[in-house]
Write a protein that binds this ligand. Structure first.
Ligand code: PLP
Length: 377
């Protein structure tokens, strides 16, 4: 066994994706699963396809390219507005992209024309979270500037909430999006196929929605992988919350005082901790650090507390029996911990196949192995 290791239960991810796709289709909302937390890993892409996904989304064109080159052939959506410098790859590796700049769309149009293909766009609207999007009162003018660009199809409009400031999706802001779609259709005589209302923060809104708006698509990552909704960090009923876990190994275990000694300055990360003398404690060090994972996103098992971390060490205290050298500790992860640990080349990734899976490995279509391990990402 190699540590630290990230265990990914594809069966649970498959269940979560299938559950959300089914439940939200009852509300006439399609789901485009977002693979960015798994860096567009083809195994995860295949799990999502097996669960019913008909399009996949990622924020990085490199991830979409990786999927394409691994044989994932369903349509792909780029969900970060493209860099001008990457526009050629955007045309090549994505079928539809989210956009909020006229200049970028002009460039996409020019390149699509050159490559003799079409590119679909979804125009993003600012609804209050102050990340990407055209201001609502500018939408009609914006569309006017791009409506006749060659080789570009305006597939729909969309919005993203809850990321920068945690602004919640509700009937009011979704109605504004919906009304804007109506306005664009009437003004330009076109029809908008996709009204993409948001991300995992919209799941609860969508499950309870009363059908008042035209929102018919969500782009979902976190809810599928962690079974959690981001606004309140609450578990979503019916979903697994333990599809992913991170396990690391104890490299030192000792009884140590809680107060350091010697003259103190800032620590290696420029932090100055206030300390209390709690006598001696049972302290353990794991071979896991800030270079591997966003430590604040880890949740330790009962009886164990994460006290601090450095580049390569995670310092724990256990209130029950002391941990021993070579023992392992398993943590649950939030979104930032998942994102960082997937991105770390020091963390070994183990995918446990889901039932009935055509196990997917680049270049190998079928295999009897149940666990596929990857050392790098
Ligand atoms: C990351 C992202 C999503 C998915 O967010 P989750 O919270 O993981 O569901 C959707 N849309 C955009 C634009 C994103 O950047």
């Amino acid at each position: 066994m190699n540590y630290p290791r990230l265990d990914i239960d594809c069966g649970k991810i498959h269940h979560n994706a299938q559950f959300l796709i089914t439940q939200l289709s009852l509300k006439n909302i399609s789901i485009t699963p977002v693979t960015k937390a798994f860096l567009g890993h083809p195994i995860i892409a295949q799990v999502l396809i097996d669960a019913g996904a008909t399009m996949l989304a990622d924020s990085r064109i490199e991830n979409l390219q990786k999927m394409t080159e691994s044989g994932i052939s369903i349509p792909k959506m780029l969900i970060r507005t493209p860099m001008l410098s990457q526009a050629a790859s955007v045309i090549k590796y994505s079928d539809v992209s989210l956009n909020s700049e006229v200049e970028v769309i002009q460039r996409l149009s020019y390149l699509a024309e050159q490559q003799n293909c079409r590119h679909d766009i979804i125009i993003m609207v600012e609804l209050g979270d102050l990340r990407e999007g055209v201001m609502p009162n500018r939408m009609i003018d914006f569309v006017r500037e791009i409506i006749s660009l060659p080789n570009i199809t305006i597939k729909g409009i969309g919005a993203n909430l809850a990321c920068r400031y945690g602004v919640a999706p509700d009937d009011q802001n979704m109605k504004i999006l919906s009304d804007l779609a109506d306005g664009i259709e009437v003004t330009f005589g076109i029809s908008l196929e996709i009204i993409s209302g948001g991300n995992s923060a919209s799941v609860n809104w969508a499950l309870q929605r009363t059908g008042l708006t035209r929102v018919n698509n969500l782009r979902i990552g976190e809810a599928i992988f962690l079974g959690c909704e981001p606004l309140e960090q609450e578990n979503i009923k019916g979903l697994h919350t333990d599809a992913v876990s991170l396990t690391a190994e104890v490299i030192e275990s000792n009884i140590k005082p809680t107060l350091p000694w010697g003259n103190r300055g800032l620590n290696a990360f420029g932090e100055n901790q206030r300390l209390q003398d709690r006598g001696v404690v049972s302290q353990a060090i794991l071979a896991l650090g800030r270079q591997d994972v966003c430590v604040s996103g880890l949740k330790a098992p009962n009886g164990i507390k994460i006290m601090s971390s450095t580049s390569d060490h995670l310092v724990l205290e256990s209130s029950q029996k002391p941990l021993f050298v070579g023992e392992t500790v398993t943590f649950s992860l939030d979104y930032s911990a998942l994102l960082s640990s997937m991105s770390s080349r020091y963390i070994h990734k183990y995918f446990k196949a889901h039932k009935g899976a055509k196990i997917f490995q680049p270049g190998v279509s079928k295999s009897k192995v149940n666990i596929i391990s990857y050392s790098s990402c």
